[in-house]
Write a protein that binds this ligand. Sequence first.
Ligand SMILES: Nc1nc2c(c(=O)[nH]1)N[C@H]1C(S)=C(S)[C@@H](COP(=O)(O)O)O[C@H]1N2
Ligand SMILES: [Mo]
Length: 390
Amino acid sequence: MTSTEDAVEVWPAPPNPPTDGPLTFEELQLAGRNRGMPLEALRYDVTPTGLHYLLVHFDIPAVDAVSWRLRVDGLVEHPLELSLDDLRSRPRTTLPVTLECAGNGRARLQPRPLSNPWLLEAIGTAEWTGTSLGPLLDEAGIRDEAVELVFTGADHGVQGGMEQDYQRSLSIAEVHRPEVLLADEMNGAPLQPQHGFPLRLVVPGWYGMTSVKWLHRIEAVAEPFEGYQQARTYRYKTDADDPGIPVSHIRVRALMTPPGIPDFFTRRRLVDAGRVTLHGRAWGGRAPIRRVEVGVDGSWSEATLAASMGDWAWRGWTFAWDATLGEHEVACRATDADGDAQPLEAPWNYGGMGNNSVQAIRVTVRASTSPAPTRMPSARSSAGASRTGR
Ligand SMILES: Nc1nc2c(c(=O)[nH]1)N[C@H]1C(S)=C(S)[C@@H](COP(=O)(O)O)O[C@H]1N2
Ligand SMILES: [Mo]
């Protein structure tokens, strides 16, 4: 046996991940604009700002902080117009909040819904600082006829053939939750342009689309809002014409830091045999995390939960795995205090929303005494060679 064949034995050619056909050019454009959080960043309690995921529908708007104002109007007794200084002189709160895009997991569905092709990385936890929305609304005096507030961002574009500002609404009950913030700081610094400078809404527990960035207007309205981002998308739909069910709270999920080292191109994992500590985070928008289980080759055991960081942030977990030589699949799944657990496979929906099916990682375990770096079979192919070192 030559050493090359040895290498093939410890690092077999990776199976193709179950995605539905090649990416389209349009998906690639979106993926290049909207970064995910590399899963090794699950190591940080609070995601460094540059590693937090990003989702921007249109273009990042240019906002001049000096002339910028937040208007609170519509069905209110006292319409307000507030500068950034006005907002910053109000009582301030800092909350660690886990945000996740409702489309996280979309690209794992077959057929793959066409939008930003997230696998698992549309996630992050930041410390958001700002003022609670409820007291400000009390000052404006929401009239009894109002049923919802509409939040408008400064970004503008076309989606589904409709020209629009980015707008979302929330019920009057929802906006009075004390943890709903008007945030002007992320991780102790002014919001970066892509995260909503100078002001954004942060709605803990809900999928990210609710937390409107570049916020400049809050309008109290008498009818449920029917804008594009409310009534046409962010729905669990069976097809394009189905009105569907609104997407709201973050579904329970656990993710794991991929163990060992990756192959550059395939991301396949290589782990040394012996005791390996698997670690990750778990969260959900409806109820606290009750348990996380780790599955090794389909056999599940309890992981150890770390201390809570707060009601709206993910919870760390660890699991000691005695990795034995050969091929393995390690997986994790979370259950919340209501008993909601992650499915092994999530049902398909038209927009690819809320796919919280379990993460499973293929791992090759090698002898920990490996004398030399393992050679990967892909390095021999021309595609592998041309992709080296990028
Ligand atoms: N104005 C505006 N707000 C927005 C968006 C947007 O495109 N425009 N995207 C939403 C979506 S879909 C998500 S998932 C979150 C992402 O927030 P982040 O980029 O700060 O992670 O912002 C939400 N708020
Ligand atoms: Mo999103």
